[in-house]
Design a protein around this ligand. Structure first.
Ligand SMILES: N[C@@H](CCC(=O)N[C@@H](CS)C(=O)NCC(=O)O)C(=O)O
Length: 210
């Protein structure tokens, strides 16, 4: 089994944090070309997914998408639960994880990929051929991310963690969005006190170093 990642990229980090929380150890390989903003051709040509994270099982089966990989490990290792144990908990965690992915991760990706010279002609991750950048998505991505920050802050006003009383994959995806957005210049506005409190709490967990 091998997990393909890429430097400090935020989507592989979701899986790395998840594995650290579970106490699971998986061989890891960096699929990036050193000192370039691109994945190695042999990785891209190795299957249809063309993105990281990618989990490759011993029989060659490939599992892409961060949450699909987490689901695979969660099914094999249910404890400690990070994806919920009953109907309501599972639905709530999925709701907030998908919100973080859609309105957080995709928003920061819109901002980032459409604004950087390194991604000219590669406006969408993984997609082969030329994908032009769309300048209008830079500002709109930031707006969408701003909406997500506010939504998070309101939710966290009366919930310790995003999905409720327990740390979950919703917190993992949100943390990866928050830290990546800060790194690329789309950080959360000052004054969202609940969001700041939550960020300090989840960042203090040893898994956040992943
Ligand atoms: N929805 C996917 C997103 C994966 C993704 O976009 N990964 C980025 C790195 S964060 C990537 O593979 N980029 C490849 C590229 O830029 O060509 C997931 O959850 O895994």
């Amino acid at each position: 089994m091998k997990l393909y990642v890429w430097g400090v990229a935020p989507n592989p980090r979701r899986v790395k944090i998840y594995l650290a929380e579970k106490g699971l150890s998986v061989p890891i390989e960096d699929a990036g070309i050193p000192d370039q903003a691109a994945l190695k051709p042999e990785f891209l040509e190795g299957g249809p997914h063309r993105r990281v994270p990618l989990l490759v099982l011993d029989d060659g089966t490939q599992i892409g998408e961060a949450m699909a990989i987490c689901r695979y490990f969660e099914t094999l290792n249910p404890e400690p639960s990070l994806m919920g144990t009953d109907a309501l908990e599972r639905a709530t965690i999925e709701m907030w994880e998908r919100t973080a992915d859609n309105d957080g991760m995709n928003a920061v990706a819109e901002f980032f990929r459409n604004s950087r010279k390194a991604f000219i002609g590669r406006g969408l991750s993984g997609m082969p051929g030329t994908v032009e950048q769309i300048p209008g998505l830079v500002e709109r991505g930031k707006q969408r991310l701003g909406w997500w920050y506010e939504k998070m802050d309101r939710r966290l006003a009366d919930h310790e963690f995003i999905a409720g009383k327990k740390y979950s994959v919703a917190d993992i995806t949100a943390l990866c969005v928050f830290d990546f957005a800060k790194r690329v210049g789309a950080e959360a506005p000052a004054g969202l006190a609940n969001l700041a409190r939550w960020h300090a709490t989840v960042s203090a967990r040893p898994s956040a170093k992943a």
